[in-house]
Design a protein around this ligand. Structure first.
Ligand code: HAM
Length: 448
């Protein structure tokens, strides 16, 4: 709202008109078919691959995210919604955070509920889970976004890396999205990565004064992220930087080669992008991001996080997963002109003619009975004229109008008009049906 309107409202004692916070969005009914389409498709594919749903709390102790995502990351440094909770009985306050990402909470739950005692890997998915990051307002970046994610915990077999990437690819194919690019990389492990980081720092040291301010900070806090800089002045430096795939130890090299072999078997087309480093510190070995066409914003991201369970106090537990932003997928569906299946229109629209209270009472009763029997039914409210009600019935897309008229009350019948029939004369579009037969008639059992 513009400032002068706000000021005028205050002066004139008008109530303030509130708006959603910046970076937070309402998901209006017109948009819901897209959400349902993505949710149903992702849940179906996750089920086919043997993943079971998990929901974890929106609020966790801040340490769960701080220790896993990493101190030098954008998320931990400037994006978390953290605050001190109210004091407990002993007066202790816990610092808590609105979940900025899904993996740490899922692994916390895996450890807390002893899921390591189950046959491994434990394969879990979460769906439409809200995530909160105080990002700079910009396109495709919201302060509240929602993710579909899968986590396969307790297995280091490279075949499961291919399974996770293959699952995602199948989601995109089922959604009908085209021009999907799958980029993968290996960022090594605690054995080989420290050496690579030293090599990278040695390369950047003499260039540091020409780097952007963010890169100067990354050099000290999170050197791998130097490769993720989007600033144009740093692109040539990134292109010439030493690449991690030349510094992988033998086990990481073998693991990555096997991932690629299995991906071919899954028939997932992919490219290797040695610049994928990911924005969270917990990753190791395989990392990946999917893009559409030339778009630079990732549709999803994921990778291995073999050291995360240990950070949260568990045993060493290899694991891999991904998160896919549902808002970004919906933007892409719209961009590619993919229309989700439409919501089912009402089967019946009940219209009442006449001023007698019994007519409206009967209409309400018929509506209630049909709905209780599972028939999607609408009626018009506000005692509109029959003509206005019929107009509403036609516009609703309902299959039938059920007409409640004074003259039919005595013999307990209603008139049913077929709103979708074309080319019929008015008479045959409308039939008289006994109230007791109405349900069967509307359900398609018209012989009864
Ligand atoms: P992430 O790359 O930070 O990874 O986020 C995953 C996906 O969430 C992104 O690729 C994007 O689709 C979406 N996303 C992230 N931030 C925003 C935003 N501000 N607005 C809209 N969409 C956004 C993770 O969160 C990891 N937990 C993924 C993972 C799971 N890795 C292993 N397991």
């Amino acid at each position: 709202m513009t400032w002068y309107l706000c000021a005028w409202r205050r002066r004139s004692h008008m109530p303030e008109q509130y708006r959603a916070l910046q970076g937070f969005r309402d998901i209006l009914p017109d948009e819901q078919p897209y959400w349902r389409f993505v949710e149903e498709t992702t849940a179906e594919v996750a089920r086919i691959y043997g993943y079971r749903r998990i929901d974890t709390p929106t609020l966790e102790e801040t340490a769960v995210f701080r220790h896993t995502s990493g101190e030098g990351t954008d998320i931990v440094e400037r994006e978390m919604y953290s605050f001190d909770d109210r004091a407990d009985k002993e007066g202790r306050r816990v610092n808590v955070t609105l979940r900025p990402e899904g993996t740490a909470g899922v692994v916390r739950a895996y450890l807390e509920h002893g899921m390591f005692k189950l046959p491994q890997p434990v394969k879990l998915f979460y769906m439409s889970v809200p995530m909160f990051r105080h990002e700079k307002p910009q396109a495709k970046r919201y302060r509240e976004h929602h993710q579909f994610g899968c986590e396969a915990i307790g297995q280091e077999d490279p075949a499961i890396d291919a399974e996770i990437i293959g699952l995602l690819y199948q989601v995109y194919m089922r959604l009908g999205l085209k021009h999907i690019r799958v980029n993968i990389n290996s960022i090594g492990d605690s054995n080989c990565r420290p050496h690579y980081v030293e090599v990278l720092k040695a390369y950047y040291q003499p260039l540091l004064s020409e780097c952007c301010a963010d890169c100067q900070t990354r050099f000290y806090k999170n050197p791998l992220r130097l490769l993720d800089c989007k600033n144009s002045q740093d692109q040539a430096k990134i292109a010439a930087a030493p690449k991690i795939n030349e510094y992988l130890c033998e086990p990481c090299r073998e693991h990555f080669a096997a991932v690629q072999r299995f991906l071919h078997l899954y028939q997932v087309p992919f490219s290797i992008d040695p610049l994928i480093v990911r924005g969270l510190d917990y990753y190791s070995r395989t990392v990946f991001e999917f893009f559409s066409g030339d778009d630079k914003t990732a549709l999803n991201g994921g990778g291995r996080y073999d050291g995360l369970a240990e950070i949260l106090g568990g045993q060493p537990t290899p694991a891999i997963g991904f998160g896919m932003g549902i808002e970004r997928i919906i933007l892409e569906l719209k961009k590619q002109g993919i229309v989700p299946p439409a919501e089912l229109s009402a089967q019946a629209f009940v219209v009442y003619f006449g001023k007698q209270p019994e007519v409206k009472d009967t209409a309400v009763q018929v509506v209630a009975q049909l709905r209780q029997a599972g028939i999607k039914t609408e009626m018009s409210y506000g005692d509109r004229s029959p003509k206005a009600q019929m107009k509403q019935a036609n516009a609703s897309g309902a299959a039938f109008a059920v007409l409640i008229r004074e003259e039919d009350l005595a013999n307990d019948s209603v008139a049913v008009k077929d709103l979708q029939a074309q080319g019929m004369d008015v008479e045959s579009k409308q039939v008289q049906v006994k109230r007791e037969d109405l349900l069967a008639y509307l359900s398609g059992d018209q012989a009864s």
